[in-house]
Design a protein around this ligand. Sequence first.
Ligand code: AMP
Length: 415
Amino acid sequence: MKLKIVKGTRDLYGDDVKRFQYIEEKARQVFSVYGYQEIRTPIFEKTELFAHGVGEGTDIVGKEMFLLEDRRGRSMALRPEGTAQVVRSVITNNMMRQNNHLRFYYFGPMFRYEQPQKGRFRQFYQIGAEYFGVSTPDADLELILILRQFFKEIQLHEISFQLNTIGCQKSDCRPAYKNKLIEFLQDHVDSLCENCSNRMHDNPLRVLDCKNESCIAVTSEAPKIHDTVCSDCKDHFSELCHMLDDHQVSYSVNFRLVRGLDYYSKTVFEVFSDNLGAQNAAGGGGRYDGLFEIYGAKVVPAIGFALGLDRLALLTSPEKKEQKSVFVVGTDRGAVCKLVATCREEDIICQYDPFQSSMKSQFRQANKSGAWKVLILGEEELKAKQVSVKDMQDGQQTVVELSAVVGYLKKSVAN
Ligand code: AMP
């Protein structure tokens, strides 16, 4: 059997894991300041959860889900995104019964059958946040401020926010715009790419974010959604823009930004970085005031975002934390292991040579490990129940009683 990793997946270890941990740590820090609680949901759900919520006609559901059948023939899906699940969890656990608003964040792997390339995987990781219960633009503002703060924490400065409104389901809002857009596209169908001419009736908004040059040229002249949305959606959007200006958030309004999922309404946004290459979206989100209703629950206004952890990891280089570690060398295996265990029990980072090679080789390994101090248990030291402690920076050696060495090291760490 030839062992090979599955296409579009990867093992994370070494510096990659350090980057992930660093980003997760900063995210936790920022989310907790804003009162968000972690939620952990399963990595698979009934397929219908995503089909109904995200939408049958979307790429994610229509083309990209990893499906499996359980032993009783029921269709399950590896989660392609997190929002539908968190909403499912709020509903099935009846969480809104005692709360009029809730805030959650999550980390975890998502699965989409896409063509892998730099920054695009079939198993990738997202950090997401969801805010339930608040319909006013304060909630939209809060999420954007979280993003700004988080990017500042991970020292990512070259990012840009794009913002749009895609209206709501009221007949005089998005449906009216869709009709207008379809009418316009019909007059230009010959200039649209094949994909867009096929989807212009079912999903006309997606034509707006097609990357094909000819489609871009056509849609530059298309009616703009801002001019059609209902007064409620219009007010919501302009209030949000005022608030963002007030908080000195820089953003640009992009009428082409529609997001790929059906459940969005009103505000949608995306965060881009020019340093990511072709896959330049670091994250995105939006309001989804209608999703609870789609699942047959009482209406709960909601908004959220998801960030691509794999992509953020390409952009960040965590500051290296100086961790002081010690290395025990010696001639008596039992005594070395005992001292190592004592140090570790006292939270001192401690290594040794498990093969007990020559003293010379043990010293070489101590050096390579970047140890702060080497604890030497030679024959003389053992006889005298002492340890020689060598500082690897200045080469100075001090003899310490074996029973006092932990206290000595702790005191030195503190200095
Ligand atoms: P979406 O909700 O689809 O816009 O996803 C939010 C973020 O997740 C994107 O902006 C990307 O940073 C990241 N993402 C989405 N799909 C993938 C993928 N296949 N591989 C890596 N990251 C992804």
